[in-house]
Ligand binder design. Structure first.
Ligand SMILES: [Zn+2]
Length: 421
Protein backbone atom coordinates (compact mmCIF):
# COMPACT_ATOMS: atom_id res chain seq x y z
CA UNK A 1 0.00 0.00 0.00
CA UNK A 2 1.16 3.54 -0.64
CA UNK A 3 -0.12 7.05 -0.51
CA UNK A 4 -0.58 9.37 -3.51
CA UNK A 5 -0.71 13.14 -3.13
CA UNK A 6 -3.20 13.60 -5.97
CA UNK A 7 -6.93 13.97 -5.30
CA UNK A 8 -9.85 11.80 -6.44
CA UNK A 9 -7.81 8.69 -7.11
CA UNK A 10 -5.67 10.35 -9.78
CA UNK A 11 -2.50 8.50 -10.62
CA UNK A 12 -0.20 11.29 -11.82
CA UNK A 13 -0.08 15.08 -12.11
CA UNK A 14 0.90 17.21 -15.07
CA UNK A 15 1.16 20.97 -15.17
CA UNK A 16 3.04 23.68 -17.04
CA UNK A 17 4.64 26.95 -15.94
CA UNK A 18 4.81 29.27 -18.94
CA UNK A 19 7.55 31.91 -18.80
CA UNK A 20 6.22 34.96 -20.63
CA UNK A 21 9.50 35.81 -22.47
CA UNK A 22 8.62 36.60 -26.10
CA UNK A 23 4.91 35.86 -25.58
CA UNK A 24 2.30 37.93 -27.43
CA UNK A 25 -1.45 37.52 -27.68
CA UNK A 26 -0.96 36.25 -31.24
CA UNK A 27 1.78 33.68 -30.62
CA UNK A 28 0.47 32.09 -27.41
CA UNK A 29 -3.31 32.47 -27.90
CA UNK A 30 -3.66 29.20 -29.90
CA UNK A 31 -1.62 27.27 -27.28
CA UNK A 32 -4.04 28.28 -24.54
CA UNK A 33 -7.06 27.52 -26.72
CA UNK A 34 -5.70 24.00 -27.13
CA UNK A 35 -4.89 23.61 -23.41
CA UNK A 36 -8.38 24.76 -22.45
CA UNK A 37 -10.03 22.48 -24.99
CA UNK A 38 -8.06 19.47 -23.68
CA UNK A 39 -8.95 20.17 -20.05
CA UNK A 40 -5.56 21.42 -18.82
CA UNK A 41 -5.38 24.26 -16.28
CA UNK A 42 -1.81 25.49 -16.15
CA UNK A 43 0.15 28.53 -14.95
CA UNK A 44 0.87 31.56 -17.11
CA UNK A 45 3.31 34.20 -15.95
CA UNK A 46 2.90 37.87 -16.85
CA UNK A 47 4.76 41.16 -16.82
CA UNK A 48 2.91 44.17 -15.50
CA UNK A 49 4.73 46.73 -17.65
CA UNK A 50 7.20 46.80 -20.55
CA UNK A 51 10.91 47.19 -19.75
CA UNK A 52 12.33 50.68 -19.74
CA UNK A 53 13.81 51.70 -23.07
CA UNK A 54 17.47 50.86 -23.61
CA UNK A 55 17.77 48.37 -20.72
CA UNK A 56 15.96 45.33 -22.01
CA UNK A 57 17.54 42.28 -23.61
CA UNK A 58 15.77 40.56 -26.51
CA UNK A 59 14.51 37.88 -24.06
CA UNK A 60 12.70 40.60 -22.14
CA UNK A 61 10.35 41.55 -24.92
CA UNK A 62 6.76 40.42 -25.17
CA UNK A 63 3.28 41.62 -24.31
CA UNK A 64 2.54 43.06 -20.88
CA UNK A 65 -0.69 43.85 -19.05
CA UNK A 66 -0.46 47.36 -20.50
CA UNK A 67 -1.70 46.03 -23.87
CA UNK A 68 -5.49 46.09 -23.58
CA UNK A 69 -6.48 43.01 -25.62
CA UNK A 70 -3.63 40.90 -24.17
CA UNK A 71 -4.67 41.94 -20.67
CA UNK A 72 -8.28 40.88 -21.43
CA UNK A 73 -7.01 37.56 -22.77
CA UNK A 74 -5.06 36.98 -19.51
CA UNK A 75 -8.18 37.85 -17.49
CA UNK A 76 -10.23 35.33 -19.43
CA UNK A 77 -7.57 32.66 -18.74
CA UNK A 78 -7.89 33.52 -15.06
CA UNK A 79 -11.67 33.12 -15.24
CA UNK A 80 -11.30 29.72 -16.92
CA UNK A 81 -9.22 28.46 -14.00
CA UNK A 82 -5.68 29.04 -15.24
CA UNK A 83 -3.28 30.44 -12.67
CA UNK A 84 -1.77 33.85 -13.39
CA UNK A 85 1.65 34.30 -11.83
CA UNK A 86 4.38 36.90 -11.99
CA UNK A 87 7.61 36.90 -14.01
CA UNK A 88 8.99 39.78 -11.96
CA UNK A 89 7.19 43.05 -12.49
CA UNK A 90 8.96 43.82 -15.77
CA UNK A 91 11.59 42.20 -17.97
CA UNK A 92 14.33 44.45 -16.61
CA UNK A 93 15.57 45.25 -13.10
CA UNK A 94 13.05 46.74 -10.68
CA UNK A 95 13.70 48.77 -7.57
CA UNK A 96 11.66 48.17 -4.45
CA UNK A 97 9.04 50.85 -5.18
CA UNK A 98 8.53 49.45 -8.69
CA UNK A 99 8.05 45.93 -7.31
CA UNK A 100 5.59 47.22 -4.73
CA UNK A 101 3.64 49.12 -7.41
CA UNK A 102 3.60 46.04 -9.67
CA UNK A 103 2.33 43.74 -6.90
CA UNK A 104 -0.48 46.18 -6.09
CA UNK A 105 -1.41 46.50 -9.77
CA UNK A 106 -1.57 42.71 -9.99
CA UNK A 107 -3.83 42.55 -6.95
CA UNK A 108 -6.09 45.28 -8.33
CA UNK A 109 -6.56 43.31 -11.54
CA UNK A 110 -6.79 39.70 -10.27
CA UNK A 111 -8.18 40.21 -6.77
CA UNK A 112 -5.12 38.84 -4.95
CA UNK A 113 -1.33 38.87 -5.00
CA UNK A 114 0.37 36.31 -7.23
CA UNK A 115 1.08 33.01 -5.46
CA UNK A 116 4.14 32.35 -7.60
CA UNK A 117 7.05 34.33 -8.98
CA UNK A 118 9.40 33.12 -11.69
CA UNK A 119 12.66 35.06 -11.56
CA UNK A 120 13.51 36.56 -14.94
CA UNK A 121 17.05 36.18 -16.27
CA UNK A 122 19.38 38.24 -14.06
CA UNK A 123 17.02 41.01 -12.96
CA UNK A 124 18.77 42.76 -10.09
CA UNK A 125 15.83 42.22 -7.72
CA UNK A 126 16.09 38.43 -8.09
CA UNK A 127 16.46 36.67 -4.74
CA UNK A 128 19.30 34.35 -3.64
CA UNK A 129 20.46 33.74 -7.18
CA UNK A 130 23.48 31.61 -6.16
CA UNK A 131 21.21 29.32 -4.20
CA UNK A 132 18.60 29.27 -6.96
CA UNK A 133 21.18 28.00 -9.46
CA UNK A 134 22.75 25.41 -7.20
CA UNK A 135 21.86 21.89 -8.25
CA UNK A 136 24.11 20.26 -5.62
CA UNK A 137 21.15 19.47 -3.35
CA UNK A 138 19.45 17.24 -5.93
CA UNK A 139 19.26 13.53 -5.38
CA UNK A 140 21.92 11.73 -7.43
CA UNK A 141 20.36 9.38 -9.94
CA UNK A 142 23.30 6.97 -9.77
CA UNK A 143 25.19 5.88 -6.71
CA UNK A 144 28.61 5.26 -8.25
CA UNK A 145 30.87 8.03 -9.47
CA UNK A 146 31.56 6.26 -12.80
CA UNK A 147 27.86 5.97 -13.64
CA UNK A 148 27.32 9.64 -12.77
CA UNK A 149 30.23 10.64 -15.04
CA UNK A 150 28.73 8.66 -17.95
CA UNK A 151 25.30 10.24 -17.37
CA UNK A 152 26.82 13.74 -17.38
CA UNK A 153 28.64 12.98 -20.65
CA UNK A 154 25.41 11.71 -22.25
CA UNK A 155 23.48 14.77 -21.05
CA UNK A 156 26.18 17.06 -22.44
CA UNK A 157 26.05 15.49 -25.88
CA UNK A 158 22.25 15.77 -25.84
CA UNK A 159 22.47 19.42 -24.77
CA UNK A 160 20.66 18.63 -21.51
CA UNK A 161 22.73 19.96 -18.68
CA UNK A 162 21.79 21.55 -15.42
CA UNK A 163 22.68 25.23 -15.57
CA UNK A 164 25.85 25.95 -13.65
CA UNK A 165 26.19 28.89 -11.33
CA UNK A 166 27.37 32.07 -13.03
CA UNK A 167 28.30 35.42 -11.52
CA UNK A 168 25.38 37.80 -11.29
CA UNK A 169 24.44 41.20 -9.85
CA UNK A 170 21.14 40.05 -8.22
CA UNK A 171 20.52 41.37 -4.71
CA UNK A 172 16.77 41.28 -3.96
CA UNK A 173 17.55 39.70 -0.58
CA UNK A 174 19.91 42.48 0.56
CA UNK A 175 18.09 45.02 2.80
CA UNK A 176 20.75 47.63 1.96
CA UNK A 177 20.08 47.42 -1.76
CA UNK A 178 17.55 49.63 -3.61
CA UNK A 179 16.40 46.34 -5.24
CA UNK A 180 15.49 44.73 -1.90
CA UNK A 181 11.98 43.27 -1.78
CA UNK A 182 12.55 40.07 0.25
CA UNK A 183 10.01 41.08 2.90
CA UNK A 184 7.37 41.70 0.21
CA UNK A 185 8.14 38.34 -1.37
CA UNK A 186 7.79 36.51 1.94
CA UNK A 187 4.53 38.18 2.90
CA UNK A 188 2.85 37.92 -0.49
CA UNK A 189 4.30 35.07 -2.55
CA UNK A 190 4.26 31.41 -1.66
CA UNK A 191 6.41 29.79 -4.38
CA UNK A 192 9.56 30.84 -6.24
CA UNK A 193 11.10 28.73 -8.95
CA UNK A 194 14.78 27.78 -8.74
CA UNK A 195 16.98 27.96 -11.82
CA UNK A 196 17.61 24.23 -11.73
CA UNK A 197 16.12 22.51 -14.77
CA UNK A 198 15.65 18.76 -14.81
CA UNK A 199 15.94 16.47 -17.81
CA UNK A 200 13.18 14.13 -16.70
CA UNK A 201 9.45 14.76 -17.20
CA UNK A 202 8.66 13.41 -13.74
CA UNK A 203 9.95 16.32 -11.66
CA UNK A 204 9.62 14.64 -8.27
CA UNK A 205 11.71 11.65 -9.34
CA UNK A 206 14.81 13.87 -9.15
CA UNK A 207 13.42 16.48 -6.76
CA UNK A 208 11.18 14.55 -4.36
CA UNK A 209 11.34 17.28 -1.71
CA UNK A 210 9.61 20.10 -3.66
CA UNK A 211 8.31 22.54 -2.58
CA UNK A 212 10.97 23.15 0.05
CA UNK A 213 11.98 25.91 2.44
CA UNK A 214 15.65 26.54 3.17
CA UNK A 215 16.90 28.26 6.33
CA UNK A 216 19.63 30.07 4.37
CA UNK A 217 17.02 31.79 2.17
CA UNK A 218 14.50 33.14 4.70
CA UNK A 219 12.78 35.63 2.37
CA UNK A 220 11.55 32.82 0.12
CA UNK A 221 8.73 30.75 1.58
CA UNK A 222 9.10 27.74 -0.74
CA UNK A 223 11.27 26.90 -3.72
CA UNK A 224 10.49 24.44 -6.46
CA UNK A 225 12.42 22.92 -9.37
CA UNK A 226 10.99 22.27 -12.83
CA UNK A 227 11.45 19.87 -15.70
CA UNK A 228 13.02 21.56 -18.67
CA UNK A 229 10.78 22.12 -21.69
CA UNK A 230 12.27 25.55 -22.38
CA UNK A 231 11.21 25.87 -26.04
CA UNK A 232 9.18 23.90 -28.56
CA UNK A 233 11.94 21.39 -29.35
CA UNK A 234 12.74 20.64 -25.72
CA UNK A 235 9.07 20.56 -24.81
CA UNK A 236 8.20 17.94 -27.42
CA UNK A 237 11.36 16.00 -26.55
CA UNK A 238 10.43 16.07 -22.85
CA UNK A 239 6.89 14.87 -23.59
CA UNK A 240 7.96 11.94 -25.73
CA UNK A 241 6.18 8.65 -25.28
CA UNK A 242 8.81 6.95 -23.11
CA UNK A 243 8.88 9.87 -20.65
CA UNK A 244 5.07 10.02 -20.43
CA UNK A 245 4.85 6.29 -19.80
CA UNK A 246 7.49 6.57 -17.08
CA UNK A 247 5.60 9.49 -15.50
CA UNK A 248 2.34 7.53 -15.40
CA UNK A 249 3.82 4.17 -14.36
CA UNK A 250 5.78 5.87 -11.59
CA UNK A 251 2.72 7.84 -10.36
CA UNK A 252 4.86 10.93 -10.93
CA UNK A 253 4.31 14.67 -10.95
CA UNK A 254 5.43 16.78 -13.92
CA UNK A 255 6.01 20.52 -13.47
CA UNK A 256 7.11 21.50 -16.95
CA UNK A 257 8.81 24.84 -17.43
CA UNK A 258 8.50 26.37 -20.87
CA UNK A 259 8.19 29.52 -22.99
CA UNK A 260 5.05 29.23 -25.15
CA UNK A 261 6.30 32.34 -26.94
CA UNK A 262 9.25 30.37 -28.34
CA UNK A 263 8.09 28.68 -31.50
CA UNK A 264 4.97 26.82 -30.32
CA UNK A 265 2.85 28.62 -32.91
CA UNK A 266 3.83 29.33 -36.47
CA UNK A 267 2.64 32.28 -38.54
CA UNK A 268 0.63 31.25 -41.59
CA UNK A 269 -1.83 32.82 -44.02
CA UNK A 270 -4.60 32.40 -41.41
CA UNK A 271 -2.58 33.82 -38.52
CA UNK A 272 -0.67 31.85 -35.89
CA UNK A 273 -1.33 28.09 -35.71
CA UNK A 274 -0.26 25.71 -32.97
CA UNK A 275 2.46 23.31 -34.06
CA UNK A 276 0.70 19.95 -34.73
CA UNK A 277 3.47 18.00 -33.04
CA UNK A 278 2.89 19.92 -29.79
CA UNK A 279 -0.86 19.35 -30.07
CA UNK A 280 -0.37 15.59 -30.46
CA UNK A 281 1.90 15.45 -27.41
CA UNK A 282 -0.66 17.33 -25.30
CA UNK A 283 -3.55 15.22 -26.59
CA UNK A 284 -1.70 12.07 -25.61
CA UNK A 285 -1.44 13.20 -21.98
CA UNK A 286 -4.98 14.65 -21.86
CA UNK A 287 -6.39 11.33 -23.03
CA UNK A 288 -5.36 9.77 -19.71
CA UNK A 289 -8.37 10.00 -17.43
CA UNK A 290 -6.22 9.29 -14.36
CA UNK A 291 -4.17 12.47 -14.72
CA UNK A 292 -4.58 15.46 -12.45
CA UNK A 293 -4.28 18.69 -14.45
CA UNK A 294 -4.25 21.64 -12.07
CA UNK A 295 -2.26 24.91 -12.00
CA UNK A 296 1.27 24.71 -10.61
CA UNK A 297 0.56 26.42 -7.26
CA UNK A 298 -2.34 24.05 -6.62
CA UNK A 299 -0.11 21.05 -7.36
CA UNK A 300 2.61 22.45 -5.09
CA UNK A 301 0.05 23.09 -2.30
CA UNK A 302 -0.90 19.45 -2.45
CA UNK A 303 2.71 18.21 -2.46
CA UNK A 304 3.45 20.49 0.49
CA UNK A 305 0.45 19.23 2.46
CA UNK A 306 1.55 15.63 1.88
CA UNK A 307 4.89 16.29 3.55
CA UNK A 308 2.82 15.95 6.72
CA UNK A 309 0.62 13.01 5.78
CA UNK A 310 1.80 9.61 6.93
CA UNK A 311 0.62 6.14 6.07
CA UNK A 312 1.68 3.24 8.26
CA UNK A 313 0.83 -0.40 7.80
CA UNK A 314 0.37 -2.99 10.55
CA UNK A 315 -0.72 -6.63 10.39
CA UNK A 316 -4.35 -6.50 9.35
CA UNK A 317 -4.67 -2.80 8.63
CA UNK A 318 -3.21 0.64 8.19
CA UNK A 319 -3.15 4.00 9.88
CA UNK A 320 -3.23 7.30 8.01
CA UNK A 321 -2.41 10.55 9.76
CA UNK A 322 -2.90 14.17 8.66
CA UNK A 323 -0.36 16.30 10.54
CA UNK A 324 -1.57 19.54 8.93
CA UNK A 325 -3.62 22.13 10.83
CA UNK A 326 -6.21 21.98 8.04
CA UNK A 327 -8.38 19.18 6.61
CA UNK A 328 -7.37 17.33 3.46
CA UNK A 329 -9.95 16.22 0.98
CA UNK A 330 -9.91 13.26 -1.32
CA UNK A 331 -6.85 11.38 -0.02
CA UNK A 332 -5.84 8.51 -2.28
CA UNK A 333 -4.29 5.24 -1.07
CA UNK A 334 -3.23 2.47 -3.44
CA UNK A 335 -3.62 -1.06 -2.24
CA UNK A 336 -4.67 -4.45 -3.60
CA UNK A 337 -7.66 -4.43 -5.98
CA UNK A 338 -11.02 -4.95 -4.24
CA UNK A 339 -9.47 -5.30 -0.78
CA UNK A 340 -11.95 -4.31 1.91
CA UNK A 341 -11.31 -2.36 5.07
CA UNK A 342 -13.40 -1.11 7.95
CA UNK A 343 -13.05 2.14 9.80
CA UNK A 344 -12.96 1.32 13.52
CA UNK A 345 -16.52 1.75 14.73
CA UNK A 346 -17.55 2.90 11.28
CA UNK A 347 -18.24 2.05 7.73
CA UNK A 348 -16.73 -0.30 5.19
CA UNK A 349 -14.37 0.90 2.42
CA UNK A 350 -13.44 -1.15 -0.61
CA UNK A 351 -10.53 -0.52 -3.01
CA UNK A 352 -11.60 -0.26 -6.66
CA UNK A 353 -10.57 -2.72 -9.38
CA UNK A 354 -7.14 -1.06 -9.60
CA UNK A 355 -6.62 -0.89 -5.84
CA UNK A 356 -7.53 2.75 -5.18
CA UNK A 357 -9.10 3.83 -1.91
CA UNK A 358 -10.23 7.45 -1.71
CA UNK A 359 -10.87 8.87 1.76
CA UNK A 360 -13.29 11.80 1.35
CA UNK A 361 -11.81 13.93 4.17
CA UNK A 362 -9.00 13.63 6.66
CA UNK A 363 -9.66 16.17 9.43
CA UNK A 364 -6.94 18.54 10.66
CA UNK A 365 -4.45 16.72 12.91
CA UNK A 366 -6.42 13.48 12.82
CA UNK A 367 -5.57 9.79 12.51
CA UNK A 368 -7.72 7.23 10.79
CA UNK A 369 -7.34 3.48 11.22
CA UNK A 370 -8.50 1.15 8.46
CA UNK A 371 -8.59 -2.47 9.52
CA UNK A 372 -9.16 -5.74 7.74
CA UNK A 373 -12.05 -8.13 8.44
CA UNK A 374 -10.25 -10.19 11.16
CA UNK A 375 -9.08 -7.20 13.15
CA UNK A 376 -12.52 -5.65 12.85
CA UNK A 377 -14.18 -8.82 14.20
CA UNK A 378 -11.80 -8.97 17.14
CA UNK A 379 -12.51 -5.32 17.90
CA UNK A 380 -16.27 -5.88 17.90
CA UNK A 381 -15.99 -9.07 20.00
CA UNK A 382 -14.00 -7.18 22.61
CA UNK A 383 -16.77 -4.59 22.61
CA UNK A 384 -19.48 -7.23 22.85
CA UNK A 385 -17.66 -8.98 25.73
CA UNK A 386 -17.64 -5.92 27.95
CA UNK A 387 -20.42 -6.22 30.64
CA UNK A 388 -23.78 -4.54 30.04
CA UNK A 389 -24.61 -1.36 31.96
CA UNK A 390 -26.98 -2.94 34.54
CA UNK A 391 -24.32 -5.48 35.54
CA UNK A 392 -21.76 -2.68 35.98
CA UNK A 393 -24.21 -0.68 38.15
CA UNK A 394 -25.01 -3.65 40.46
CA UNK A 395 -21.29 -4.29 40.83
CA UNK A 396 -20.62 -0.69 41.79
CA UNK A 397 -23.54 -0.60 44.30
CA UNK A 398 -22.25 -3.81 45.93
CA UNK A 399 -18.79 -2.29 46.13
CA UNK A 400 -20.05 0.86 47.79
CA UNK A 401 -22.15 -1.13 50.33
CA UNK A 402 -19.15 -3.27 51.21
CA UNK A 403 -16.96 -0.17 51.66
CA UNK A 404 -19.51 1.37 54.04
CA UNK A 405 -19.90 -1.83 56.10
CA UNK A 406 -16.16 -2.21 56.36
CA UNK A 407 -15.80 1.43 57.52
CA UNK A 408 -18.45 0.87 60.26
CA UNK A 409 -16.71 -2.28 61.51
CA UNK A 410 -13.40 -0.43 61.72
CA UNK A 411 -15.10 2.43 63.61
CA UNK A 412 -16.59 0.04 66.27
CA UNK A 413 -13.32 -1.77 66.64
CA UNK A 414 -11.57 1.55 67.27
CA UNK A 415 -14.05 2.39 70.12
CA UNK A 416 -13.63 -1.00 71.68
CA UNK A 417 -9.85 -0.60 71.72
CA UNK A 418 -10.25 2.82 73.38
CA UNK A 419 -12.69 1.46 76.10
CA UNK A 420 -10.37 -1.43 76.90
CA UNK A 421 -7.45 0.95 77.41
ZN1 LIG B 1 12.14 35.06 -18.50
Amino acid sequence: MFLLPYPAGKRFAFTIVDDTDGATLENVGPVYECLRELGFRTTKTVWIEPPRVGEASSGSLGDTLQRRDYSEFVESLHEWGFEIALHNVTGDSNRREQVLGGLEAFRAQFGRYPRMNIQHEKNRENLYFDFAQDSGRLRAEFSTRAARWIQRAVDRTNGRTVERAKPHPCCGEDPDSPYFWGDLCRSRIQYVRTNVFLCELDTIRTSPHIPFHHDDTPWVNYWFDCSNGADRERFTELLRERQVRRLIDGCGCALVYTHFGKGFCEAGPRGFQLNPHVRRRLERIASRRDGWFAPASEVLDRLLAFHKVLLGGFPGGMLVENGNPYPLRSVTIWDAPRRRYWLVGGSEIEADEEGRIVLPTLSAGSRMALVGRDVCRQASRWNEDSPPGWRKDIGMLANKAFERLYAKLCHRRAWRVREES
